[in-house]
Design a binder for this molecule. Structure first.
Ligand code: SAM
Length: 295
């Protein structure tokens, strides 16, 4: 892989920090609707694209309520290993046994039946060819579609439509963020952040960024899917110092890549936001949408 095709890297500590905000943000109504769709499948099999540290599995798995399995797909071996550690910790916290019967998959023994979890290391840029679509009943992802290109999504939707697979895509940014209280540099940072969201993130074209919800809906509807949408905002209160701080820093770093002439103002913005976060005076709201596309 040359640099342009390398998978975008994510920090495991960042994914861990946002996990409770992700969980609070995702729309439970769409998750229930997905479960109704698979309610006649005895042991539903889920494929989670860009699974990271497994945050979606730890949330969505609780809606299944019977034995089921997951294939976590990601390019990052470190995140994958962390996903399995976090699964075992999560099982331990609620008193479930976790076992590795054939060293291939982790079994988390919930009172309603086992969750079977395995991982595949794969560059999703090559999807759908590289994906085990014939071995699953549902394809999911969370916070992935803003990275992909429209052409990539079209190929995935076509391959999924041939198999009549539902697509559940949670936490797609919709481009609206609000840092409170307002600061003069907000518009500049927002503009740079938006430009960063549209750079090529290794999926063969401009990343969808905040266009993701609209493009997912259009592309799957064109394949005959019924598309359900629900808002799933991150609501970061003033007391959540670290999350507010990391969000401000992430926005500033992304904006700095594109707004060279405004660099001094962006640095000043980041410094002020950092102090506000430390003092418990910074609140943030980031809009997302969850989508459920049913064949
Ligand atoms: C924003 S993180 C989301 C992780 C997880 N779904 C969550 O909600 O916490 C995006 C994930 O996509 C993975 N990813 C990005 N580009 C990829 C690629 N080309 N192939 C495979 N995984 C990729 C990253 O390693 C990362 O785990």
């Amino acid at each position: 892989m040359d640099n342009e095709e390398a998978a975008e890297e994510f920090d495991g500590d960042w994914l861990e920090l946002r996990e409770p905000f992700d969980a609070a943000a995702r729309d439970p109504g769409l998750a229930e609707l997905l479960m109704q769709h698979v309610d006649e499948t005895a042991r539903p099999r889920f494929l989670d694209l860009g699974a990271g540290t497994g945050s979606l599995t730890r949330w969505l798995g609780h809606f299944v309520g019977r034995p089921h399995s997951w294939i976590l797909a990601d390019a990052d071996a470190e995140l994958m290993s962390r996903a399995f550690d976090s699964m075992m910790e999560a099982a331990d916290e609620v008193g479930w046994k976790a076992t590795w019967p054939q060293k291939k998959a982790l079994l988390m023994h919930s009172p309603q039946g086992a969750w079977r979890i395995e991982g595949i290391l794969t560059n999703l840029a090559e999807a759908p060819d590289s994906l085990p679509l014939d071995k699953v009943d549902v394809v999911t992802c969370s916070a992935l579609c803003d990275l992909v290109s429209e052409a990539w999504l079209e190929r995935l939707a076509e391959a999924m439509a041939q198999r009549r697979l539902p697509f559940y895509a949670a936490l797609n940014v919709s481009g609206r963020e609000r840092f409170t209280p307002p600061l003069p540099g907000d518009a500049l940072v927002a503009r740079g952040f938006l430009r960063d969201q549209r750079r090529d993130k290794g999926f063969g074209g401009i990343a969808l960024g905040p266009e993701a919800p609209a493009v997912i809906a259009r592309v799957f509807a064109a394949q005959g899917y019924t598309v359900h949408r629900a808002p799933s905002p991150w609501i970061v209160p003033r007391q959540a110092h670290e999350m507010a701080y990391e969000l401000a820093l992430g926005h500033a770093e992304a904006a700095l890549r594109h707004e060279r002439r405004g660099a001094a103002q962006i640095r000043e913005w980041a410094e002020t936001r950092g102090l506000q976060a430390d003092d418990g005076k910074l609140a943030v709201r980031v809009e997302h949408q969850d989508l459920l596309c049913l064949p």
